[in-house]
Design a protein around this ligand. Structure first.
Ligand code: SAH
Ligand code: SF4
Length: 349
């Protein structure tokens, strides 16, 4: 207990250092309530009680990359691939708007079919029609592409670093490098996007020291959002026989992220809901303040299989919203009224 209390005090004084982070990540079951309470308190003081809802539209499952962990990898020939047409994406954005969401997240595999111009026009069309913030999550592209999309009106970009361990990154993402990923993240910052990054918990070969470095890297990047979720093994990938990330370690990582990145938006990830039926609720109690309901058309929803058995895989958007509202009512956490821009821009308003 003494070590945990000292590490917590140190971090809350702003001395966010590797050793203290590792100590918190190593907290045993008996110390977990202390860590949870500290993260929950910081969450309340910074980003507040409101929970931001970001509707995610997964518009293509084609991918040119071959990440070892992901079911969309190009070598997974068992997956039926799909691409949504512009009109289908606009219809999903329309549903999101009608349900009262203030942000849409457009996500896909790395699919060159969607040229920079095509994405820019799509962003423009959504912005013209709706008062929606737009997050893009399309992987690694050129600085010119990112620039075009920002000019078209995209507000945010989500590109997880996945792991701060250079060698592990190289192994897991053979088409790219951590350096290249970081280049992209720095371009996005330069272009004045609100930037989200993040990591997976429980990747094969990862240690507590790696997780601490993940959090320090996100601090260095001053990310506006950090997506933290468990690694889930997919049967059609080379990592199929490795165990999933553990719930407790995910929750501890989330809490340590909240303490180290006090103003960041932290989603209760779908991966965590997939790992554990109470994943979403637990995450909201361990520092999270964002939920990303799925607005991908049901006809293709089961094909965006980055990992198997997502919790919300066949659910109607209306039903998802009812469930989110009842969860938030039970936790006494209101839905945020605004678009949920970066805390550094809004100061929490
Ligand atoms: N192609 C884009 C966005 C889609 S992948 C990109 O890679 O950035 C979105 C996220 O899914 C990735 O950032 C990764 O963290 C997560 N993911 C992929 N495979 C996963 C798995 N097996 N378990 C948990 N998360 C996974
Ligand atoms: Fe493609 Fe992203 Fe999956 Fe890697 S994680 S294979 S880039 S969809």
């Amino acid at each position: 207990m003494g070590n945990i209390a000292a590490a917590l005090a140190q971090i809350r004084q702003g001395r966010v250092e590797q050793a203290a982070l590792e100590q918190l990540l190593a907290a045993g079951e008996a110390d977990m309530p202390l860590l949870r309470a500290a993260a929950d308190e910081v969450r309340r003081q910074t980003v507040g009680e409101a929970v931001h809802l970001r509707a995610i539209i997964e518009f293509s499952n084609y991918c040119r990359k071959n990440c070892l962990y992901c079911g969309l990898r190009r070598d997974n020939h068992t997956l039926a691939r799909y691409r949504l047409e512009d009109e289908q994406i606009l219809a999903a954005a329309d549903s999101a708007h009608r349900l009262g969401y203030r942000t849409v997240v457009l996500q896909s595999g790395e699919d060159p079919h969607y040229s920079a111009g095509k994405i820019a026009r799509l962003v423009e069309r959504i912005k013209e029609k709706y008062d929606l913030a737009i997050t893009l999550s399309l992987g690694e592209r050129s600085k010119e592409d990112y620039c075009l999309w920002r000019r078209a009106g995209a507000d945010r970009y989500l590109l997880k670093q996945e792991t701060a361990d250079e060698a592990l990154f190289r192994f897991l993402k053979p088409d790219t490098s951590l350096k290249q990923r970081l280049n992209c993240l720095y371009w996005l910052k330069e272009l004045d996007y609100q930037v989200g990054s993040g990591n997976m918990v429980g990747l094969p070969g990862q240690s507590l020291s790696t997780l601490a470095r993940d959090i320090l890297l996100m601090r260095q990047l001053q990310v506006d959002m950090a997506g933290i979720g468990p690694f889930l093994p997919h049967p059609q990938t080379p990592l199929k026989d490795f165990p999933a990330g553990q719930l407790n370690l995910c929750l501890k990582t989330l809490a340590v992220a909240r303490l180290s990145l006090p103003g960041a938006h932290l989603p209760a990830t779908t991966a965590l809901s997939t790992l554990h039926p109470s994943g979403r609720e637990l995450a909201l109690q361990w520092g999270a303040n964002v939920i990303m309901p799925n607005l991908t058309p049901l006809a293709v929803r089961d094909k965006y299989l980055i990992y198997p058995q997502k919790a919300d895989i066949i659910e109607e958007p209306e039903k998802t919203l009812v469930q989110i509202n009842s969860l938030l009512a039970r936790l006494n956490r209101p839905v945020a009224a605004g678009p949920g821009h970066a805390w550094r821009l809004t100061g929490g308003n």
